[in-house]
Design a protein around this ligand. Structure first.
Ligand SMILES: Cc1cc2nc3c(=O)[nH]c(=O)nc-3n(C[C@H](O)[C@H](O)[C@H](O)COP(=O)(O)OP(=O)(O)OC[C@H]3O[C@@H](n4cnc5c(N)ncnc54)[C@H](O)[C@@H]3O)c2cc1C
Length: 348
C-alpha cells in the first residue's frame, strides 16, 4: 500500500532487500521516501516515534540482522552545484541523496581534485561523513568544508563546520550519535591543479602499468577503479558491505609484543604516537577464514575482510559468522575486532 503526500511518499511493509548491498531480506513497517529534505520537519511531526527512525542511504554499510524497529527514512534529493569558486579552489555542495561515485566523477569532470582516490565507493553523499569514508590514503574529511543537517531532536537546521564534525578513522560525531542528525547536504572544498596523493601502495604501480607517468586526476581515479574492481567483490554479483571490520588500533606495547611473536604481521601508523594500526584482513587470513563458507554466509575469496552473502543468507547468519571470526582473532592474537557496518536489529 502506498500514499503520496507532497514532498514525501510513505510505503507500508516495504521490502529492504533491494536497498542493502548484502541483499539481505528485511522489512520496514514504514518506509518514507523524502524527495526534498525541506519536508523533513513535516515528516518528523507526522511520525509517532521519530527518535528511532533509521536513515537509509544506499544500504552499503549496514547489516540487517533483523528488521528495523520502526520507520525507515530515505532522503532522495541529489543536486550537485559549485557554490563558490576563486579559480584556485571551489566549494561544491551536494545533496545527501546524490550517488557518491557520481559526485566524484562530476568533480573530476569539472577539473577539481581531492576526491579521486575515493572513486567507486558505493553509497550516497549523505552517508560519506557518517563513517568518514576513506580509501587509498585519503579520507573524506580531508575535503569536507561543512555538513548540513536536520537535527531531529530540536527540529533545527544545522551547518556544521568540518572541525566540529569530530572526524577520526571511520568515525564521526554523526556515527556516535546516530539518532540525532540527518545529513541533508555536504560542502566540499576542492582544488584546481593540486597534485594527487599517490603514496598508497598500488596506485603508482597501476598508473605505470597503464603507461602514465604524469596522471590527470581522472587517470588517478581510473587507476583506483581498476584496482578496486580487481580486489573487491562487486555487490551486484555477490552481496557484501565492503570491509566488515575496522583495522584495529593497538597500543605500542601490544604492537611490539605482537611483532615479537609474529614477525610478518603488518603494522601502520595509528591515530597518535602512542598506538599503531593493524591489518584486520591479515589477522583474519592468518586465522584461515579467507574463502570459508558457512551455509550462504561466507568470507570472500578475493579479500579476507569482506563477508559475503552467497544468496540466501540471513543477516543473523552473517552476524554469527562475523562473531566467530572475531572470536578466533581474539583468541589467536588477543586483538578485538570491531564491525565497520552498522548492525540493525541486533547488538554486536
Ligand atoms: C563493495 C564495497 C566497497 C566499499 N568500500 C569502502 C571504502 O573503500 N571505504 C569506506 O569508507 N567505505 C567503503 N564501503 C562502505 C560504504 O560504501 C560507505 O560507508 C558508504 O558511505 C555508505 O553509504 P550508504 O549511502 O550506502 O549508507 P547506508 O549503508 O545506507 O548507511 C550507513 C550509515 O549511515 C547512516 N546514514 C546514511 N545516510 C544518512 C544521512 N543522510 N544522514 C544521517 N545518517 C545517514 C545510516 O543510518 C547508517 O548508520 C564499501 C562498501 C561496499 C559494498
Amino acid at each position: 500500500m502506498s500514499a503520496t503526500v507532497l514532498a514525501y511518499r510513505v510505503l507500508e511493509n516495504a521490502s529492504l532487500q533491494g536497498r542493502n548491498t548484502f541483499g539481505i531480506q528485511a522489512h520496514a513497517q514504514r518506509l518514507i521516501e523524502v524527495r526534498d529534505s525541506s519536508a523533513l520537519p513535516a515528516v518528523f511531526r507526522a511520525m509517532q516515534q521519530p527518535a528511532s527512525a533509521l536513515v537509509l542511504g544506499g544500504g552499503s554499510n549496514l547489516l540487517f540482522a533483523g528488521d528495523p524497529a520502526d520507520t525507515v527514512i530515505a532522503v532522495g534529493s541529489s543536486r550537485i552545484e559549485i557554490i563558490a569558486d576563486d579559480g584556485m579552489r571551489a566549494i561544491v555542495r551536494a545533496d545527501a541523496g546524490a550517488g557518491w561515485h557520481d559526485l566524484v566523477m562530476w568533480t573530476l569532470q569539472h577539473e577539481l581534485s581531492g576526491l579521486e582516490n575515493l572513486a567507486l565507493i558505493p553509497g550516497t553523499v549523505g552517508a560519506a561523513p557518517i563513517q568518514n569514508i576513506g580509501a587509498y590514503g585519503v579520507e573524506v574529511r580531508d575535503c569536507i568544508h561543512a555538513v548540513e543537517a536536520f537535527e531531529r531532536t530540536t527540529f533545527q537546521w544545522r551547518r556544521i563546520d568540518r572541525d566540529a564534525c569530530g572526524f577520526s578513522y571511520r568515525d564521526s560525531l554523526f556515527k556516535r550519535e546516530p539518532d540525532r542528525y540527518i545529513v541533508t547536504a555536504v560542502e566540499f572544498v576542492l582544488d584546481r591543479g593540486r597534485r594527487s596523493n599517490l603514496e598508497y601502495a598500488g596506485i603508482a604501480d597501476e598508473l605505470s602499468q597503464m603507461g602514465i607517468d604524469r596522471p590527470s586526476v581522472m587517470q588517478v581515479a581510473e587507476a583506483v577503479i581498476r584496482l578496486r574492481r580487481r580486489k573487491l567483490p562487486d555487490p551486484a554479483v555477490i552481496g557484501n558491505a565492503g570491509s566488515f571490520f575496522k583495522n584495529p588500533i593497538v597500543s605500542n606495547a601490544q604492537a611490539d609484543a605482537l611483532q615479537l611473536e609474529h614477525a610478518a604481521i603488518p603494522m601502520f601508523r595509528g591515530s597518535s604516537e602512542d598506538n599503531r594500526k593493524l591489518s584486520a584482513a591479515w589477522l583474519i587470513d592468518a586465522c584461515g577464514w579467507k574463502g570459508q563458507r558457512e551455509g550462504d554466509a561466507g568470507v570472500s575469496e578475493k579479500h579476507a575482510l569482506v563477508l559475503v552473502n552467497h544468496g540466501g543468507a540471513t543477516g543473523a547468519q552473517v552476524l554469527e559468522l562475523a562473531r566467530r571470526i572475531a572470536a578466533s582473532v581474539q583468541s589467536r592474537f588477543g586483538v578485538a575486532l570491531e564491525p565497520e557496518p552498522r548492525i540493525i536489529g541486533a547488538v554486536w
